[in-house]
Design a protein around this ligand. Structure first.
Ligand code: AKB
Length: 313
């Protein structure tokens, strides 16, 4: 049977790249993109699109009844920095959105669901370097708390109701097709835009704040690979650590400067520093390697070259 896919939150940073990749693999008409945002014809001309709020259970029911998805990618969420400004709204969207989507999947016999977690599930007393899959997790942001609770519900829905949820803990994601919105790692995308516009960048994190990051192509590959892997390979039913590259703003700025001589960075630290300080600086992803063959392709140099080339086109 042909796969029918629904992406919830398709207008976001991950959704934009994921939609393009899934449509090229499965055909435009087999991938329905949905988002709370109104999309203009530059998006709706690319394939089926529907405005949809994931918290609206009746609307979800209508869309699922009509399109009969076999796979669902649920990406709609509020990221770390915005959720700290609106904690209650962040919690409601991230949790209630997840429940309404998981329940709709159960009601409509959806074969598989992808739900993204984040490195934000870790906290200040988590081992910072090479953070293992299983360790102390004490997130102190509302986003991290909602993601850790969400992971427990992935495991619960799988064991209690048999819902085949797949999940990975995204690090900061760096891509050129869409801007991130409201995250702590957003500087690592913004810096490329400002480098090309002004040849300088003012960073809101300290120069030596090392965080786990990943080029978007690797993240999309990981997302699709885990969702399509045979069920017996998925041994962790909460969420998998995955790792790409780890770097701090100064190292990234140096790598950009190599490609764009004269590029400079300065620093104006804000509230996001506190969030970054509570997260790991690098991630151990041995379980993802051995269970479903995860392997990233982009290192820092390749990513910088690709970002600058794509954005200047
Ligand atoms: C954020 O910064 O909030 C996200 C994330 C690491 O999940 N990019």
């Amino acid at each position: 049977m042909a796969e029918k896919i629904i992406i919830l939150g398709s207008e976001g940073q991950v959704g934009t790249d994921l939609a393009a990749k899934l449509r090229s693999e499965y055909g435009d008409s087999n991938v329905l993109c949905t988002d709370i945002k109104h999309a203009d014809s530059s998006k709706t001309d690319l394939g089926p699109y529907q405005e949809l709020n994931v918290m609206d259970r009746n609307a979800l029911k209508d869309v699922f009844s009509k399109h009969k998805p076999t796979m669902v990618y649920h990406l709609a969420a509020m990221l770390s920095a915005t959720a700290e400004q609106f904690p209650r709204k962040g919690w409601d969207l991230n949790m209630e959105g997840m429940f309404s989507v998981f329940d709709a999947c159960l009601d409509h016999d959806v074969k598989r669901v992808f739900w993204p977690s984040s490195i934000a599930v870790f906290g200040p007393t988590t081992p910072k370097e090479n953070t293992p899959q299983h360790c102390v997790m004490d997130p102190n942001t509302i986003y991290g708390i909602s993601k850790l609770a969400g992971e427990r519900f992935c495991d619960y829905y799988f064991n209690r109701y048999g819902l085949d949820v797949r999940s990975i803990r995204y690090p900061g994601l760096i891509g050129w097709k869409a801007l991130p919105g409201g995250g702590t790692t957003d500087y690592a995308v913004d810096i490329f835009h400002k480098a090309l516009q002004d040849n300088k960048y003012t960073c809101f994190l300290k120069s030596d704040t090392s965080l786990p990051m990943m080029y978007m192509d690797d993240a999309i590959k990981g997302t699709i690979d885990i969702t399509e892997a045979p069920a017996e390979e998925i041994k962790i039913r909460s969420s998998y650590n995955i790792s790409g590259v780890s770097f701090d703003p100064e190292t990234l700025a140096n790598a950009i400067e190599k490609e764009m001589p004269g590029f400079t960075i300065d620093y104006d630290i804000d509230h996001r520093q506190k969030i970054a300080d509570s997260w790991p600086s690098s991630i151990n992803d041995d379980e993802a390697h051995s269970d479903w063959n995860w392997k990233p392709e982009f290192d820092l140099e390749a990513m910088v070259k690709e970002m600058l080339t794509r954005l200047s086109q």
